[in-house]
Design a protein around this ligand. Structure first.
Ligand SMILES: [Zn+2]
Length: 188
């Protein structure tokens, strides 16, 4: 049996293996050595995905309860070198492709409000939804602006609701007695 010789082939990637971050548009390159075993922030073998800084933010927005703290406190917390170091330690422990040099913390803070191309996921380790994060963000903004109000208890809410209904009813009742056409109808 004639042994068929395997012909050597070129591997293929998109033009130059280059692409841009799907969130902030930063130029990116495909991993020249695909097959990464990283558990967190793994290099992409295909020309798509996020730049290192957006990938860090993507990880942070899924990292409960850090995501809630960041939503309330704002991204400035990430400017602290010891916070950055703790995050890098966490990444290293999990196994990651990203290096400290690749993460631009200022870009993460600057681009904080840019939308992500994918929705936030809820899973066992991340019980919060995108809506809850949005609420926490708003609460944080209002606290910093000094306009935040403690949410009402159920009793307070019910009392306010009843008061609003009564006011609405009294207003209608008063209107009814002041409206001559309503009076006439009453007399019919
Ligand atoms: Zn990016």
């Amino acid at each position: 049996m004639a042994k068929r010789q395997r012909q050597e082939q070129m591997t293929f990637a998109n033009v130059g293996g280059a692409c841009s971050c799907e969130r902030c548009g930063a130029p990116c390159r495909v991993d020249p050595v695909p097959g990464s075993q990283a558990k967190l922030l793994k290099r992409s073998a295909r020309p798509r995905g996020l730049c290192a800084s957006c990938a860090v933010h993507d990880h942070l927005r899924h990292l409960y309860p850090v995501n809630l703290t960041l939503a309330r406190g704002g991204p400035q917390l990430l400017a602290h070198p010891h916070i950055q170091q703790m995050y890098l330690d966490l990444l290293r422990m999990a196994g990651t492709d990203v290096t400290a040099e690749e993460i631009d913390w200022q870009a993460i803070i600057r681009n904080w409000d840019l939308p992500f191309p994918t929705a936030m996921l809820r899973f066992a380790q991340n019980p919060v939804s995108e809506e809850e994060i949005a609420m926490a963000r708003l609460e944080g903004q209002q606290r910093r602006a000094g306009t935040w109000k403690e949410p009402l208890t159920e009793e307070e809410f019910e009392a306010q609701r009843q008061a609003a209904i009564k006011k609405f009813f009294d207003g209608m009742d008063k209107e009814r007695h002041e409206d001559p056409s309503a009076d006439r109808r009453d007399g019919d």
